[in-house]
Design a protein around this ligand. Structure first.
Ligand code: ATP
Ligand code: MG
Length: 395
């Protein structure tokens, strides 16, 4: 006896996915789906050639699963599907049952048939099921602009029937693109930069520089909270907290005021590079956007970057502030980012910062500093924290 089963069918964008790559990608996606669905009481997540299936239990909270799947990076779209036997009368009854909770006046049935041995063709199946529904419910057919679309998928083993295609978030499964070290301030931009990299499949590890006791502890809590929000898509996340006050003090007393912010940035980058090597991140990510502030002119970005020997990625480089803010609101970091706080880089900022510092000028400004020792001292003061995502302790 075949029971009709409700399950989720998940699709990913397949562009360029072949052979071993594809298996790697699918396994990561399955793993991430399992992490995201912890505590929902789903029965099983399974790979099935070009799709992933989530089997449910009797008492599974379907709405909650749908809500969580919408946020999983790498899902292009998904459906809540009724799986039935490939028998026309069962298919018709299931279709009717499925449409019962829907309010609609016009209908279109669309069929895809991968099992070519099935006795009816796709148009014949659509016509027969459509005719049955029209007769039973009194609705009309509309091939162009129906209120409701019902899809039937005749696969090798079963028939799949569903009405709503649900939009996924897109992107790639977290982890398929390697690791990046994100320089996370408490501001608006860097969390958005992190999110974009996570969406492209990079696992983010975070680093934050703080100037306690010059700045208060609230800024640290803020950054941890931002990490927590990002961990909903990045999953369990590590953040490295670097004491920066002593180093800033030295820059303030030993170097010309107009270069301060740029020299803070260079020191941060040097330390970030060390941490990147430690955690095997292949790039540093920042929230910089071209010409948004004085330190972000092309000339200054170049002068900062000159000391780096791993790539510095700036996913927001071409974005307007208004667009970055809209994105921050959408991903849920804006509110936390705009809580008042003191950033270490806003300390001791000169009235007239250099807008076009050359590499040579910064090299010269740093001549009197024992850079190796300063980096070493900062490295010795680093603390690592692990930030969990909210479903981590579900089962
Ligand atoms: P954000 O909104 O991310 O703070 P911003 O536009 O305010 O960016 P800046 O403050 O100049 O720009 O910082 C540029 C980038 O440098 C940040 O996006 C972030 O990646 C990095 N950064 C700045 N301050 C810190 C910090 N205290 N710890 C870690 N990274 C930082
Ligand atoms: Mg900032």
């Amino acid at each position: 006896m075949f029971n009709t089963e409700k399950l989720f069918v998940i699709h990913y964008a397949e562009v360029g996915l072949k052979g071993k790559n594809r298996v790697f990608f699918e396994k990561k996606l399955v793993r991430n789906i399992k992490l995201s669905l912890r505590g929902t009481g789903y029965a099983e997540v399974k790979r099935l050639h070009d799709r992933i299936i989530v089997h449910l239990k009797q008492d599974t909270d379907i709405a909650e699963i749908e809500k969580r799947l919408r946020q999983v990076m790498g899902i292009a779209h998904f459906e809540l599907v009724y799986r039935t036997e490939k028998d026309m009368s069962i298919i018709k009854d299931t279709a009717l049952q499925l449409t019962e909770s829907k309010v609609f006046e016009t209908l279109k049935v669309e069929t895809k048939r991968s099992d070519k041995t099935f006795p009816l063709t796709s148009p014949e199946i659509s016509r027969e099921v459509g005719g049955y529904l029209i007769q039973k419910t009194g609705v009309q057919a509309d091939m162009r602009n129906p209120n409701l679309r019902l899809w039937i998928d005749i696969s090798h083993n079963d028939a799949y029937i569903y009405t709503d295609k649900l939009q996924g978030i897109g992107g790639l499964p977290v982890g398929v693109s390697g690791k990046v070290l994100v320089m996370l301030s408490g501001g608006i931009d860097s969390p958005v930069a992190a999110w974009q990299m996570i969406k492209r499949g990079a696992k983010a590890i975070f680093i934050h520089f703080y100037s306690y006791p010059y700045t208060d502890k609230a800024s640290l809590e803020k950054v941890i909270e931002l990490t927590r929000i990002l961990s909903e898509s990045n999953y369990r996340s590590a953040i490295y907290l670097v004491p920066f006050a002593d180093l800033q003090q030295i820059i303030v007393t030993e170097t010309p005021a107009p270069f301060r912010v740029l020299l803070y940035r260079r020191m941060m980058t040097r330390i970030a590079q060390r941490v990147a090597a430690l955690v095997e991140a292949e790039a540093i990510v920042t929230g910089e956007s071209l010409a948004q502030v004085a330190s972000q002119t092309l000339t200054n970005l170049r002068a900062i970057e000159a000391i780096a020997d791993i790539p510095i990625l700036r996913p927001l480089i071409g974005d307007d502030k208004a667009d970055i803010i809209a994105k921050a609101e959408q991903i849920g970091t804006f509110e936390v980012s705009t809580l008042p706080h003191q950033d270490c880089c806003s300390l001791f900022v000169p009235k007239h910062p250099a807008t076009h510092a050359s590499v040579a000028e910064l090299d010269k400004a740093e001549e009197g500093l024992d850079i190796g020792a300063l980096v070493e001292t900062a490295m010795n003061g680093i603390e690592k924290q692990i930030v969990s995502f909210s479903y981590e302790n579900g089962n």
